[in-house]
Structures are given as C-alpha cells and as structure tokens.
Design a protein around this ligand. Sequence first.
Ligand code: UDP
Ligand code: MG
Length: 334
Amino acid sequence: MREVLYLVIPCYNEEEVLRETSKRLLEKVNKMIKDGKVSSKSKILFVNDGSKDKTWSIIEELYRRNNIFSGVNLSKNRGHQNALLAGLMVAKEYADMVISLDADLQDDIDVIEKFVEEYYLGNDIVYGVRNSRKTDTFFKRTTALGFYKVMNKLGVNVVYNHADYRLMSRRALEGLSEFKEVNLFLRGIVPLIGYKYSVVEYERHERFAGESKYPLKKMLAFAIDGITSFSIKPIRIISVLGFSIFLISLIALIYSVMMKFLGKTQIGWTSIVISIWMIGGIQLLSLGVIGEYIGKIYNETKARPRYIIKDKLLNNKGEKRNELYVQNKEIIFK
Ligand code: UDP
Ligand code: MG
C-alpha cells in the first residue's frame, strides 16, 4: 500500500500560471500513481492567499473538473509563509507526506520522485537545494547569497540555497504545528524540528508567466523577519558598540581635561559636530534594532491566528462536507 502525497501550492494573484501549473502537476501526480509510487488518494492542494484576481475561481473550476485538485481559500492576504503553513496544516490531516512548492513551477518538478524516494528511505524532511542560480537576475542572486551569509554569521541554521521547496512527513508536520510563533520563518523553523533529513539538488527555472510576488520591499521584510526571529546577535552587537563608545568617551574625557589644564583648548567645532551626528545616528539605529525585537514580542504575546480559512474544497471520501469547527484557534470550514 503506497502512501498519500499532497502537493501544497500557495498562490497569490497567479491566474496567469495556474492552468499550466495544474496541467503539469496533474501529469506528474497521475504518473506517480500509475507507477505505484504514491497512493491514488494523493492530492494537489492550492492555497489562495487572498488574491485579487481570478485565482480562486480557477481553483474552484479545477476542483469541479477533477477531485485530485483541492483548494483552501484564506480570508485575506497573509503572505507566502502563512499561506504555506495553512496548506501544510490542512494537508497534515490527510497526507503521509507533503511537498511544498511555488505556483510558478520555478522549482523543477521532475525531482518530486526523488523527494518521495528519500521519504521511503526513512527521511522525514527532504530539502530541495538549488545547484545553480543561473536563471536569477544578478540582483536577486547577490542579495540572496548575502542573505544566507548574514544568516549563518548570526548563528541561524538555514540550509544553503534552499527555499521552501521541500518534503515533510506527517510526523515532521506534527512537529511544525507545535511551533506557535506568529513571526513565521519556515526555513529557520524546519531544521529545529529535528528528525532524519536529506537533500535533493535541482535546477531552478525562470518563472514561465506572471510577475514575481516578492518585490524588494517584501524581500527585505522577509530577511529582517528571518534574522530577528532567530537571532539576538544584533542586540548583542549594539551592547558591544555601546560599551566601546563608552570606553572611547572616557579617553576623550581624560584628553579634554588634560588639554584644558595645559591651556590648549580652542573652538572645537568639527569634533563636536561629528560626535553629535555619529552618536545620534548610532543611538537611533540601536533604538530601531531594539524596537524591532520589541515589535516581535508584541506580536507574539497577542498570539493572533496566523491565518483564517474561509473555504475549503477537499474531496476525500467522495463527498463535500460543510460543517464548521474550530481547532487550535484556526477556524476551518470543512
Ligand atoms: N505568494 C503568496 N502570498 C504572497 C506572495 C507570494 O502566497 O503574499 C506565493 C506566490 O503565489 C508563489 C510563491 O508564493 O507561489 C512564491 O512567490 P514568487 O514566485 O512570486 O517569488 P519569487 O520566486 O520571485 O521569489
Ligand atoms: Mg517564483
């Protein structure tokens, strides 16, 4: 008896790619079912992250045509990480293993079989790792590289060149559901779950249609979230900085008192202006970094739900159910 695979795909304004994506994924899953690699109960689950275009109606249409397609509709746009989490938590109820991937199929779907093989070999988590970034723009390539470097320097354990293309077993997903943080950075959390893992390399393609949903602003926010959710080093750097400046100011104090007694004081305009700007700048920056962490604490203590599911299209037993239940602060229409 082969095990049940769910593909989870977060979608935000993806009407341009959904038809082609669903066609390619359907072929892939059907082939795997036919080859006896996965159970015939396997599904392709799209999560609509509050899209403003026709994404959800396309998902509904796909579901009507073929029950292998399923859908979860979030109440509003919550961002890629939360949308992905919503999909994973729904899939965990029915699947033995779940693979997450992007709607634009930039991640090579031909390695899905390898993911599944690794799972059958006893790995609970399989990370997809890009072997090249040839197709990325120069800008994306350098910023991404810088990001991984900074993360590692700050002591955050992330798998190099791994985005959110990965397989997780049901037990790994149960582990993930124990992490209640609101500031969600899955790439940092998944390695913390533990269990046996392996890595599969793949080639990353270009987006075949539509535009990137990760403009610079979102990328920066994502990077800052990733760092401040996993590392307190920036605050420590500030403490070290503050302490060093304090030492320097002691030296400056001794120096200026000495100069005064030696009668060598003069109008020190330059030094005063420079110190005001520098100290002021450093103070503001430090306050900003500390504020970033206080903001995190603020959000975590409120512990608001990370997503709310509005509709759910999932045909598991050949019938569509429609009852409301509330579980772990998630409101789910089932
Ligand atoms: N996405 C999402 N919510 C958002 C932004 C993006 O669900 O607020 C989805 C998007 O539909 C895609 C995936 O996240 O499936 C990755 O986005 P994209 O391909 O635009 O990012 P890039 O590959 O450019 O980093
Ligand atoms: Mg993409």
